[in-house]
Write a protein that binds this ligand. Structure first.
Ligand SMILES: Cc1cc2nc3c(=O)[nH]c(=O)nc-3n(C[C@H](O)[C@H](O)[C@H](O)COP(=O)(O)OP(=O)(O)OC[C@H]3O[C@@H](n4cnc5c(N)ncnc54)[C@H](O)[C@@H]3O)c2cc1C
Length: 615
């Protein structure tokens, strides 16, 4: 048996995992287990920026940022968690700057910032009686809050954190794929992982285990997510009977490359890019008269669908244009400062995106607009945690001793029903750091607990079962059908009938999945075997997502029910928790949203009153 023992085991080497590792390894032994080589984690693909109210270019405050985050999340955000996010964002950015992260700079050498959807400041000239459409009629204006390193922000964060982890002596198990959690008497005591190069199983004995396995966008047909984003952490927790929170809230990013889903960052619009329908109209003026193309992502994605449904897609097809040409930015006066820009400026701000469009679309965005459609992008839901990163066992808030989660696999919930752009990277570092701190504290207070006699037995049996089956039906067929039904029936718009179809289809696919075999029966780099196992995770998470979406009979943020088009605060101002009952059927329970109360005029009232969300 390959046995390893560390105080803290961190599963995932993205921004969340490495930030946690940096923190816990200050005091206790820490190892990071990652199925990818660390710097290949999806954090490295993040383009546009990381939010923090540094106020380097204009007046800003963490309170503004918290308000935007709560409103952006359609008020399903836990407010204490959001305030922590926005306050600690500032110190985390400076911490990473001191680690050597090469942020872009302002002329006087401070960290540069750009605009992003839904990030605003109050308009000092606001007049509620002003004529509609005038500057004074806008209660809030876009603000420059996203720190960036060109359009390679995530890449720089990942490289910087990895260097620091190596410097600090964190142990890495690269290309080790976690297959199970070791749960004993309701506590987490370690993990089982397969060494991809050899096929050997390894047992990792730990006091604290962090799930930082990232998102699960591969559930959908068109996605910005890398192939490895299959939600292994949340899926394995769910199989152990643990709940997943707010799974119905999945974000579609409005600007994915048509058909391919590859992301064209929101920085395109932050820097002045504009979307047009097939008739050449700037359609966002209709849907979000104030912020227009810089409205939140759910609003922009729905607007694109509306245009396409009304036959105003380009050439009557299911896509629209994103235009970042300097002449367009100048015509609509959408550059960040309102000043004229030229093509060189656009190239310097968005070099990778321009490269993607040239490579994958054969379109030169300096000269022509880019065909785009919404792409599955970000999971607001995941493993429920408290503000110290501790995984929750139920909607009452009891914890699972020894288990933690952070980053996209977790739901703390700072994103509520819809995440604002640039708020994920900041979530990784703020809550990754908090989880790391808590894991170390927990480990220092405890002895190692005993493990069961054969912790890897269930995993071994699962692998032998897959390897012993003949390869009849190819697993990719099941994957394709899952991705199609999730895209069609559990995508930007949902209905009872569509979701019921998705539920039944996923159930049938899960039955067929039980008979899937693989061609390669070997142990060395058996990627076919691992892909089958990853598909199993996606099927479980699809089931959890659809069950949560069926139960939420309202529209809020990223969850849009055509049969229940309005937000219903009376019945659904609450987080959903989905978990498997003893018969393996998903069941729902609900948890109150954390609301901050303040005293105003001698009365207690909510600090962030519920309002209709308009941009
Ligand atoms: C194209 C793109 C652009 C984006 N741009 C931005 C942006 O500009 N700003 C912003 O705020 N957000 C952005 N996001 C979102 C943000 O990048 C992600 O939400 C975030 O990086 C997730 O980080 P993470 O640490 O949670 O996981 P990831 O970085 O996805 O890392 C997951 C880790 O888990 C490991 N892992 C997974 N499963 C297993 C397993 N079974 N065993 C062992 N290891 C496992 C992987 O090896 C990997 O190391 C973007 C996302 C995409 C896809």
């Amino acid at each position: 048996m390959n046995y390893h023992r560390f105080d803290c085991i961190i599963v995932g080497a993205g921004g969340a995992g490495m930030m946690a590792a940096l923190e816990s390894s200050k005091t206790v032994g820490t190892a990071v287990v990652s199925k990818l080589y660390p710097t290949r984690s999806h954090t490295g693909a993040a383009q546009g920026g990381i939010a923090a109210a540094l106020a380097n270019l204009e007046n800003d405050s963490w309170e503004n940022h918290a308000y935007d985050t709560i409103k952006g999340g359609d008020f399903l955000v836990d407010q204490t968690a959001a305030e922590i996010l926005c306050k600690e964002a500032v110190e985390c950015i400076y911490e990473m700057e001191h680690m050597g992260l090469p942020f872009d700079r302002t002329a006087d050498g401070r960290i540069s910032q750009r605009r992003f959807g839904g990030h605003t400041k109050p308009n000092p000239k606001y007049d509620p009686n002003a004529a509609p459409g005038t500057e004074a009629a806008k209660p809030r204006l876009p603000v420059m809050r996203a720190c960036h390193a060109a359009d390679r922000t995530g890449h720089m964060i990942l490289q910087t954190l990895y260097q620091q982890c190596i410097k600090q002596g964190v142990t890495f198990f690269d290309e080790f794929h976690m297959l199970d959690l070791i749960m004993v008497e309701g506590e987490c005591r370690g993990i089982v992982a397969i060494e991809i190069a050899t096929g050997e199983l390894h047992t990792f004995h730990a006091k604290s285990v962090l799930l930082a396995t990232g998102g699960f966008g591969r559930m959908f047909k068109v996605s910005s997510n890398a192939y490895a984003l299959t939600g292994d952490g949340p899926a394995i927790a769910y199989r152990h009977g643990l709940p997943l929170e707010d799974m119905e809230f999945y974000q579609f990013h409005p600007t994915g490359i048509y058909r391919l889903g590859i992301l064209l960052s929101e920085a395109c619009r932050g820097d002045g890019g504009v979307m047009f329908n097939g008739k050449g109209e700037r359609f966002m003026e209709k849907y979000a008269p104030n912020l227009k193309d810089l409205a939140s992502r759910d609003v922009c994605s729905r607007s694109i669908y509306q245009e396409v449904r009304a036959g105003r897609g380009v050439d009557g097809k299911d896509y629209v244009y994103l235009d970042i040409r300097a002449e367009t930015i100048n015509k609509y006066k959408t550059s960040p400062t309102g000043a004229e820009v030229d093509s060189k400026w656009v190239e310097s701000r968005l070099p990778d995106i321009i490269d993607f469009a040239r490579t994958y679309l054969g379109v030169d965005p300096i000269k022509e607009p880019m065909p785009i459609q919404p792409t599955a992008h970000y999971a607001m839901g995941g493993v429920p945690t408290d503000i110290r990163g501790r995984a929750l066992r139920n909607a009452q808030g009891d914890i699972v001793p020894g288990l933690f989660s952070a980053g996209e696999s977790a739901c703390v919930s700072v994103h509520g029903a819809n995440r604002l752009g640039t708020n994920s990277l900041v979530d990784l570092v703020v809550y990754g750091r908090r989880a790391g701190r808590e894991m170390a504290k927990y480990a220092l207070e405890r002895e190692f607990q005993h493990l069961p006699s054969e912790p890897e037995k269930a995993t071994k049996d699962m692998i032998s079962a897959i390897l012993s089956r003949p390869r009849t039906e190819p697993w990719v067929k099941i994957r394709d059908e899952m991705q199609q039904v999730m895209m069609d029936d559990c995508g930007v718009y949902r209905t009872e009938a569509g979701l019921t179809n998705a539920r039944d289809t996923i159930a049938r696919l899960k039955e067929r999945y039980k008979n899937v075999g693989v061609q390669d029966k070997g142990s060395v780099f058996n990627t076919g075997l691992l892909e089958v196992i990853e598909l199993g995770c996606l099927l479980d998470l699809s089931e959890a997502t659809v069950a949560s979406a069926l139960a939420r009979k309202e529209s809020r943020g990223g969850h849009s029910r055509e049969d229940f088009p309005d937000r219903n605060d009376n019945e659904f101002f609450k987080h959903s928790f989905v978990s498997l009952n003893p018969d393996g059927v998903p069941v729902l329970s609900y948890k109150d949203v954390d609301v901050i109360m303040i005293e105003k005029d001698g009365q207690m009232t909510t600090k962030y009153p519920l309002e209709v969300r308009k941009y």
